[in-house]
Design a protein around this ligand. Structure first.
Ligand code: NAD
Length: 481
């Protein structure tokens, strides 16, 4: 990365994108770099009037945008992708600075972002013939829904924003997007870049606090909310969207189990699960959050995880070879520390690696491996969303499946084995939206993603995901006899 890219974001001004134009706000709030715990930039705080104007411009733009063909809209998105690609390192630097992840991981987030803009048109929306029997021709068409309100969290700010932008716009909707107040700047930059590329009003970005999110969910002229965030907020979103019967898609938290069967290669499996748990400092909805290991492999596997944790390089995302940055914000840092303190109080528990903060400014916690913890401890029951991983011993696979399913969440899960058929059979018994065999974490444009139970509502991606950004319309015409 060039030093100018790193320096640029400390001095520049960030603005909302409303009706294709830059706008500041009378109020602003500070954005903190979690690697130093110091404020490094100011972010505009949108007023209600600014939100109203963003929604009104999206409504106006919908009239023409919705009439374009899929391919015309995909072309606009590809142009956006090309412009983003040119400035990918500037984005990556900004993500590392506001989010904390290692620079190379921020670069990967940008590759994913461009992929979404480039390839969304691989998903095809087809009209469906429901009946054509000589008496009636009944067709089902899919129509864009109108103005979409998008709300994103702080863990993968641009990547998750790109999913919402690509899906909403490709099928003919317009969008008003609100990033998390912890990581707003990279999404504001995305808005800025879009100004010369997308017609005014098609894509608006407004930043602000949680109250701005609530205004979006209540807004009478927004037709659908696509929300990614915590379960608690997801429930509030659904409640306030009900006033106007908005369509909602909720991508919420997870407490993903990884079930290791007794035939695995220990070193390889431990390394892959470790990466699935500690990527982004454990702050991924579909990260491994609990590991179930058979009795006979338990001690060597715990030691293998501990060794990996001890050697994991933690630091500022701009330092060379760093594998894990800090937790993203003080609130999350305090929450994870609280769960860790509770864990330490559990009878018989062993902290076999980590278990402490780092002696430097910023929200750093050493990668932590916990053994011999009971199923009813908070670390097992709750989504920790941080670098603390419980390893649980099981006697039979049925026991492991039952315990893996004993949760209110159901986002992802994984099964680890050399016997792929057995792996798929176990996978089918786990209550989760996605179950991987021999890997964990991943999102693909063509593959629906979402949660069972309280991990969400509906799906994003694939035909199913795009249908959730549309209304189904049936046209029923008698056939002339
Ligand atoms: P959060 O719920 O605190 O915030 C998410 C967004 O909602 C932010 O933009 C926030 O400003 C906004 N918000 C807060 N209160 C609101 C309200 N009352 N109405 C409308 N919007 C409101 O979540 P977070 O802490 O930013 O993110 C972490 C959570 O997100 C974790 O639980 C994680 O598992 C989940 N997540 C899920 C997925 C998925 O695809 N399922 C992906 C990433 C993160």
């Amino acid at each position: 990365m060039s030093s100018s890219a790193q320096a640029a974001d400390t001095v520049r001004e960030f603005t909302h994108t409303i009706d294709g134009k830059a706008e500041g706000s009378a109020k602003s709030f500070g954005v903190i770099n979690p690697s130093t715990a110091a404020e490094f930039a100011q972010c505009p705080d949108a007023s209600k009037d600014q939100l109203d104007r963003a929604v009104a411009s999206a409504r106006r733009a919908f009239k023409t945008w919705s009439k374009l063909s899929y391919e015309e809209r995909a072309n606009y998105l590809r142009k956006l992708g090309a412009a983003v690609k040119e400035r990918a390192d500037e984005f990556a630097a900004l993500i590392t600075r506001e989010q904390g992840k290692p620079f190379a991981h921020s670069q990967r987030e940008m590759i994913g972002t461009v992929t979404w803009f480039d390839n969304i048109s691989k998903v095809k929306i087809e009209d469906q013939v429901m009946r054509d029997d000589g008496k009636n021709r009944i067709m089902m068409y899919f129509r864009p829904i109108g103005v979409v309100g998008g709300i994103t969290p702080w863990n993968v700010p641009v990547g998750l924003a790109s999913h919402k932008i690509a899906q909403a716009l490709y099928v003919g909707n317009t969008l008003v997007l609100k990033p998390s107040p912890y990581t707003p700047l990279s999404t504001l930059l995305l808005g800025e870049i879009s100004r010369g590329i997308l017609p005014p009003g098609v894509f608006n970005v407004v930043s602000g606090g949680n109250d701005l999110g609530q205004w979006l969910t209540e807004h009478p002229d927004i037709n659908k909310i696509t929300f990614t965030g915590s379960v608690a907020t997801g429930k509030r979103v659904m409640g306030s969207a009900s006033g106007t019967l908005k369509r909602v898609t909720l991508e919420l938290g997870g407490n993903d189990p990884a079930i290791v069967l007794d035939d695995v290669d220990l070193a390889e499996t431990s390394a892959k699960i470790f990466n699935g748990a500690f990527a982004n400092c454990g702050q991924i909805c579909m990260a491994v959050k609990r590991v179930y290991v058979p009795e006979k492999l338990y001690e060597p596997m715990v030691e293998s995880f501990a060794e990996l944790a001890r050697n994991f390089r933690v630091g500022d995302g701009f330092e060379a070879d760093v594998q894990m940055g800090p937790l993203q914000n003080k609130m999350q840092f305090d929450k994870v520390l609280d769960v860790l303190e509770d864990t330490k109080r559990q009878p018989g528990v062993r902290i076999v690696a980590g278990g402490h903060t780092l002696n430097r400014p910023g929200y750093y916690l050493a990668p932590t491996i916990v053994a011999d913890i009971k199923d009813d401890a908070r670390l097992v029951k709750e989504e920790q969303f941080g670098p603390v991983l419980p390893i649980l011993k099981y006697k039979s696979v049925d026991d492991a499946i039952a315990r893996a399913n004993d949760t209110t969440m159901g986002l992802g899960a994984s099964v680890w084995t050399n016997d792929l058929e057995r792996g798929a059979e176990v996978a089918g018994q786990i209550e989760a939206g996605t179950v991987w065999v021999n890997h964990h974490i991943g999102a693909e444009i063509e593959v629906p993603f979402g949660g069972f139970k309280e991990s969400g509502l509906g799906r994003e991606h694939g035909v199913m995901g795009l249908h959730a950004y549309m209304e189904a319309q049936v046209i029923n015409v008698p056939v002339k006899q």
